[in-house]
Design a protein around this ligand. Sequence first.
Ligand SMILES: [Ca+2]
Ligand SMILES: [Ca+2]
Ligand SMILES: [Ca+2]
Length: 413
Amino acid sequence: MTEGSEVVLFAGTYGRGIYSIRLNDAQRQGGVLLKPIAPSHLNAIHLTHYSPTYATLTWRDNSNNETGFKIYRSSSNTPIIVPANTTIKTITGLTPNTSYTYTVKAYNSAGESAGTRKTFRTLMAKPTAPSNLNTSHITTNSATLTWQDKSNNETGFKIYRSSSNTPIIVPANTTIKTITGLTPNTSYTYTVKAYNSAGESAGTRKTFRTLMAKPTAPSNLNTSHITTNSATLTWQDKSNNETGFKIYRSSSNTPIIVPANTTSKTITGLTPNTSYTYIVKAYNSAGQSVGTRKTFKTQANTTTIPTIALNTNTNGTWDTHTASTHRHGRYAKFYTFRLTHSTKVTIDLTSSKDTYLFLLQGNSKNGTKITHNDDGGAGLNSRITRTLAAGTYTIEATTYRPATGAFVLRVSR
Ligand SMILES: [Ca+2]
Ligand SMILES: [Ca+2]
Ligand SMILES: [Ca+2]
């Protein structure tokens, strides 16, 4: 006989029947079924953010004659019923972040025991993730993020840059945020998550690229190696994002284009003794910088002008190599002579072509014009007679109409 588990029968007569009792069954003493002893120590466990609609109830079974246990929610008259000797039950279908009071009673055919009672609160659920993160108004250094708010229990939203662990936080129900302080021409990935005391939702993610900035302007445009028809431009490259540089002549809308990081360019095909202004700008797909500017003048032609002797015939030929300075579109030859004292001279230019004479001050094709003559000589020949001070003079022997051919020049004293 195992103590406490076996039935000992006392046989005897009580009236006409035979009855028995179990010695260790207080609830049945006297042969009458008693209500079970009440369970105790009701507790709620497994309350989680992950399953905020679940709670697991545990209690201590103190009775040995129960048919089962009835689990009452305070607001309900219909209990959940579990079998005898049960001490745990998971309740589902709860509302997150809500207070509940449960009471567990043992029961049998004699009725229900008193109850063990527990009040607990379900945890808050994490918010539903926002969706459709998108961008608008992207500039060189800012972008506006928009998303859809899918949750009704968020404390707010956290906006993470992929490279940063410190989110920007915005209040509940926010669906737009402009991010500033970005770097031009840079890719960014942002993730937006809803959060509350239960934690963060999953995120909605977007990658975008900020716009390229215009390059910084070059500086210190300067010139070197200026010739009669060319000059070398140099400048300082101040940008690290240029596609190249555009070299504008002030009078031209069509620039010369050179590659990124170029800092010099030789300009050719210029006209002698002429002033030019050049402007250099850096450019890329975002546009062009302001410019650095320089004005310079090409060198004058310095072809040596031959000297001729007085009272001597000089034979010459007009050809296409030397243009006239004073008669546009004609050909010319230039000669100088020198007077040591004031002298009256006669200059004759004779040719089968129609001649034209210019007398210039100094030893230069561009000297100040003293006088000129078309047909002062015989026929279409030219003659200048003039008393000149001591000094150097230049004769421009040219033609009335464009022509090539031989001529004779003489300066007589
Ligand atoms: Ca029991
Ligand atoms: Ca919301
Ligand atoms: Ca550069």
